[in-house]
Structures are given as structure tokens and as C-alpha cells.
Design a protein around this ligand. Structure first.
Ligand code: HEC
Length: 178
């Protein structure tokens, strides 16, 4: 028995010694996993890129509805290049006195398209008084917004939160840019 055991050990070890080391097959390089392509979401209609001829051909109520829709999005997101007006002037248009003036009920600075457009284009700083409260802050200029976006956000402000000051058109903004 003992010798058989020894023999088998010998055989085993001899085998082990003679067996040429198998070259380790190089691991297959991991194939880069193709990232699953997300389904292309339908490109959201860029409201500011509404074809001017299409807009011009709309009846007045449709023009207003279009401006209100684009305007709400500019007010809440800043549109293509602007700052979301909502951050400072608040969702209710009530502002944050005494830092940011209200837009609700503020006809002095908003009732006229050109005045309102110039505030958006050039920004506003220096002391002003709105509804009996003094402000002396800085509103950054946002003239990089398109004429359509500016007309729209102005129209939105002039017709929200109880305001009823009428529509401003892209042509009014062109005139305000001077
Ligand atoms: C970073 C904060 C901020 C943002 C964003 C901002 N405003 Fe203003 N806005 C102000 C401040 C501050 C004033 C007052 C400036 C002053 O004291 O002279 C003002 C004033 C105004 C006024 C005139 C005052 C009034 O209430 O009658 C209008 C109109 C106005 N902003 C419209 C807008 C519109 C439209 C947008 C977005 C396109 C916008 N603002 C974004 C801070 C902001």
C-alpha cells in the first residue's frame, strides 16, 4: 500500500513537472458594450423659431395665444439665452419686495411695449419706485433673446396675474432695439 501511494505521488509529481506550462490564453478583450441608443425624443418645437410668415398669417387671437405660450416658457425657463424671470419676479408676478419689483399690477414700467422691451433688452438698474416701494437693484440685460421671445414674455407679463395690457409683437421689439 505504502509503496503504491509513494508511486502515485511520484507519478503525479512527475506529471506535474513534465506537463509544459500551458500558455494562458489571453483573455478576450472585453468588447465595448454598445450603449443602447435612447429613442430619439421628438425635437420639441422651438417656439422662438416660429416661421415669421406663419406667425404673421395668424388671426389676432391665435397670435396672442402663441405669444402667451412662448412667453410662459421664457418667463419660467429663460428661453434660448435669457434668465428665468420667475427666479426674481416669482410665479405670481408679485416679485420679492424690496429686492425684486412686482410685475402684477405694474403698469408704469410694463404698460408700454417699447418701455417694457427696453427693460428686457438693456436690463435695468438705479432707483425706481413700483407700487409705493423703492427698488435699487440690478436686472441683467437679456437682449440676446430673439425678438419673438421678448415679444412673447412681455405679452405674457402684460396678460397674467390680473394684468390686461394687450399684446406686444416682434415688430415692437425690433423698434425698441432702435
Ligand atoms: C436676477 C433677477 C432678475 C431677473 C432674472 C429678471 N429681473 Fe426684471 N427686474 C429685476 C430687478 C432687480 C428690477 C428692478 C431694477 C431697479 O431697481 O432699477 C427689475 C425690473 C423689471 C421690470 C420693471 C419694474 C416693474 O416691475 O415694473 C420689468 C418689466 C422686468 N423686470 C421684467 C423682467 C423680465 C421680462 C424678465 C425675464 C426676461 C426679468 N425681468 C428677469 C430683477 C430681475
Amino acid at each position: 500500500m505504502r509503496s503504491l501511494f509513494a508511486l502515485s505521488l511520484l507519478v503525479l509529481s512527475a506529471c506535474g513537472a513534465e506537463e509544459p506550462a500551458k500558455p494562458v490564453a489571453p483573455a478576450e478583450p472585453a468588447k465595448p458594450v454598445e450603449p443602447a441608443k435612447p429613442a430619439e425624443p421628438p425635437a420639441p418645437a422651438k417656439p422662438a423659431e416660429i416661421d415669421p410668415a406663419t406667425f404673421a398669417a395668424m388671426p389676432d387671437d391665435e397670435k396672442k395665444a402663441t405669444l402667451m405660450k412662448i412667453g410662459e416658457s421664457v418667463y419660467t425657463t429663460g428661453g434660448s439665452t435669457g434668465l428665468a424671470c420667475v427666479t426674481c419676479h416669482q410665479p405670481t408676478g408679485a416679485g420679492l419686495p424690496p429686492s425684486f419689483p412686482p410685475l402684477a399690477g405694474s403698469k408704469d414700467n410694463m404698460g408700454d411695449c417699447a418701455t417694457h422691451a427696453k427693460i428686457v433688452i438693456n436690463g435695468l438698474s438705479g432707483p425706481i419706485e413700483v407700487q409705493g416701494v423703492k427698488y435699487d437693484g440690478v436686472m441683467p440685460p437679456q437682449g440676446n433673446l430673439t425678438n419673438m421671445e421678448i415679444a412673447a414674455v412681455i405679452t405674457y407679463e402684460r396678460n397674467s396675474w390680473g394684468n390686461d395690457y394687450g399684446v406686444c409683437l416682434p415688430a415692437d421689439v425690433v423698434a425698441a432695439r432702435g
